[in-house]
Design a protein around this ligand. Structure first.
Ligand SMILES: [Zn+2]
Length: 104
């Protein structure tokens, strides 16, 4: 039964590591879940209509309108593969979902 025990503790260690990663990722989120949800919803709607101009134009506009910290959010988007509006939606939204444990 030694093997099973080892396997169990390896799984526990992995689960702990994943939980730690998630906690770290969560702590780095620049906005509340509600705001992030609204931001990605906005991109979902605005991108098909206005298109991506290879900048974070739509995201920045939305942040200004909502009086939110542009630099903080843009830095976070960059760290998570979002260098323009469509990448923010494609890559950074996934990073947010990963950080929240897929509950969103
Ligand atoms: Zn783009």
């Amino acid at each position: 039964m030694v093997d099973r025990k080892n396997k169990q503790s390896r799984k526990e260690a992995l689960d702990r590591w994943k939980a730690d990663q998630r906690t770290t990722a969560r702590a780095k989120l620049p906005l509340t879940d509600e705001h992030l949800q609204s931001m990605f919803d906005m991109l979902d709607e605005a991108l098909p209509q206005r298109g991506c101009d290879h900048t974070l134009r739509l995201t920045t506009e939305w942040l200004v309108l909502n009086n939110l910290p542009i630099e903080l959010v843009v830095n976070w988007l960059h760290e998570n593969g979002g260098y323009c509006d469509c990448e923010a939606l494609a890559n950074s939204e996934q990073a947010w979902h990963d950080a929240t444990g897929g509950v969103n």
